[in-house]
Design a protein. Structure first.
Length: 168
């Protein structure tokens, strides 16, 4: 789990958009705590229809199951804010769309809802990529808006890193 808040590049969507277009790939988002902020950031860019396929806002557990195919038993066992659920959300976004890349966010934006194990500001991310799914947990500081904005920005910045990193 990352505990230090990271600064995002000024505009990670530009490199992401270029990469996706160059590869003929599309992106689908599956959002819980960010409530569509990631999809909105994508569609704020002119020409996003060339690389952004769709966004799922799955705030409730039932929506995660119905729209993304997340196993209800997985949510019951681990909670909605967990690595297995984030991974299932990202993979479900790809499976239930025409996208090759999926991005998922699920977390506790606050001000309530946190616990000792999952304090306010805890966000699980997952990125389903053609080579496999990557996930991580980050703890953001601030009020509800700050947590949601930071999660949106981190999701984009990390996707840019994952797509643009040199092949090993």
């Amino acid at each position: 789990m990352l505990s230090k808040q990271e600064l995002a590049p000024q505009d990670p969507w530009g490199p992401v958009a270029d990469f996706l277009v160059d590869h003929g790939w599309m992106l689908a988002t599956a959002e819980s705590c960010t409530g569509g902020l990631v999809a909105a950031a994508c569609t704020d860019r002119a020409g996003s229809s060339a690389w952004f396929e769709r966004g799922f806002v799955t705030y409730s557990n039932a929506a995660k199951t119905e729209l993304l195919g997340v196993d209800a038993a997985l949510v019951a066992a681990h909670g909605a804010v967990s690595e297995p659920v984030a991974r299932a959300m990202a993979e479900g976004a790809v499976a239930r769309s025409h996208a090759r890349v999926g991005l998922a966010t699920t977390g506790v934006a606050g001000p309530g809802g946190g616990s000792a194990a999952k304090p306010v500001g805890t966000v699980w991310f997952a990125w389903a990529l053609p080579g496999g799914t990557v996930s991580e947990c980050v703890r953001f500081d601030g009020d509800r808006a700050a947590v949601r904005d930071a999660a949106r920005d981190h999701a984009a910045a990390r996707l840019a890193e994952l797509l643009l990193r040199p092949a090993a």
